[in-house]
Design a binder for this molecule. Structure first.
Ligand code: P6P
Length: 333
């Protein structure tokens, strides 16, 4: 693996392909890389330090913050602030957006889910960090505004995730495809291990919390019944795989093919997942890898005009033809 290109070399090589690039995005990715390495260390020794379990706080979502949620949030903010190219941050763990005063002349804002699925850490299940990057809309030199963050996903400059699993990987896109880098902790470096990742057009895996099935819209349950039917020619029944960690479920489906569903339910009529820092970045990656991401039939995630920073959305993402099949079931009502 050490003969593979490193993340830094890959970014510089790609930047050379864009003469207009100022190197700011390169610096921004350097921030993500630093935070990922620190969190890799914290997560992989979580049982040994006093970082497991709940912190004292509750986030704006009303969810109990895990200690590592707070640590991850702080590490990403510190790393992004230090490199000088990010002027503002919005995070699942922060009630409102943050202006990085020392970087007011910078051009990028970053939205973060610093540690998605963090409740899984106590039981040693893989988790992830999700990030989404936009050019600011407000003039450089001024404080960032809500409009800098309330942009549709199609305006993203870059998006990606770090998955802390059996190995730690950084998977990202800048709109020219999706590439995956595996972290070698013995060298402290990320190496290109998954060049030009493509999601299979059809997938035989579905990922959903079936415990809530009685709360799902009828079209979702008709699709799930279809997945469970015996039909050898179409590879059914599909396999049910649900880790309860969006990044892990998506990463598996990105490689093997499949669909992840978080439908609206009676208790979460808008769905559970957050549009800006969970669904938009994952949707950008999915589309860049040939997949599809919708909130309902014909409702492309990346075209949703956000109204609130922490707004939620129903979320269906995965292999293009599998998502399109689900859309047909949903359209039947
Ligand atoms: P449920 C984790 O809290 C998360 O945001 C996603 O990572 C995960 O896919 C989903 O929620 C799990 O939600 O309701 O099935 O426990």
């Amino acid at each position: 693996m050490e003969t593979a290109i490193t993340l830094g070399e890959f970014i510089v090589k790609n930047q050379a392909a864009h003469p207009e690039a100022t190197g700011a995005l390169t610096s921004l990715f350097s921030s993500i890389r630093v935070a990922a390495k620190v969190l890799h260390r914290e997560i992989n020794r979580a049982g040994l330090g006093d970082v497991l379990g709940a912190a004292d706080g509750v986030n704006v979502q009303g969810e109990v913050q895990q200690k590592l949620d707070v640590i991850a949030n702080r590490k990403f903010i510190q790393a992004l602030a230090a490199r000088g190219v990010t002027c503002g941050i919005a995070s699942e763990e922060e009630d409102s957006h943050i202006t990085l005063d020392e970087n007011r002349d910078a051009h990028y804002v970053v939205l973060l889910d610093p540690l998605d699925g963090s409740s899984n850490i106590d039981v040693n299940v893989s988790v992830g960090s999700i990030f989404s990057v936009y050019r600011r809309r407000s003039p450089p030199g001024s404080p960032v505004t809500p409009e800098d963050f309330l942009q549709p996903g199609r305006e993203q400059v870059a998006a990606g995730y770090v998955i802390y699993g059996s190995s730690t990987m950084l998977v990202y896109t800048t709109g020219q495809g999706v590439n995956g880098f595996t972290y070698d902790p013995t060298l402290g470096m990320f190496f290109l291990s998954h060049p030009d990742m493509r999601m299979p057009e059809e997938g035989a895996i579905y990922s959903v919390n079936e415990g809530y099935a009685r709360r799902f819209p009828p079209g979702v349950n008709r699709f799930l019944d279809w997945c469970r039917e015996e039909d050898e020619a179409s590879g059914r029944p599909y396999s049910a795989r649900y880790i309860g960690s969006l990044v892990s479920d998506f990463h598996r489906n990105l490689i093997k093919g499949g669909i992840y569903l978080y439908p609206p339910t009676k208790t979460h009529p808008e769905g559970k997942l957050r549009l800006l820092y969970e669904c938009n970045p994952i949707a950008f990656l999915a589309e860049q890898a040939g997949g599809r991401a919708v909130a309902g039939p014909g409702q492309r995630i990346l075209d949703i005009e956000p109204g609130k920073l922490h707004q939620r959305t129903p979320f269906y993402v995965g292999s293009r033809r599998t998502v399109e099949r689900l859309e047909r079931f949903l359209a039947e009502g």
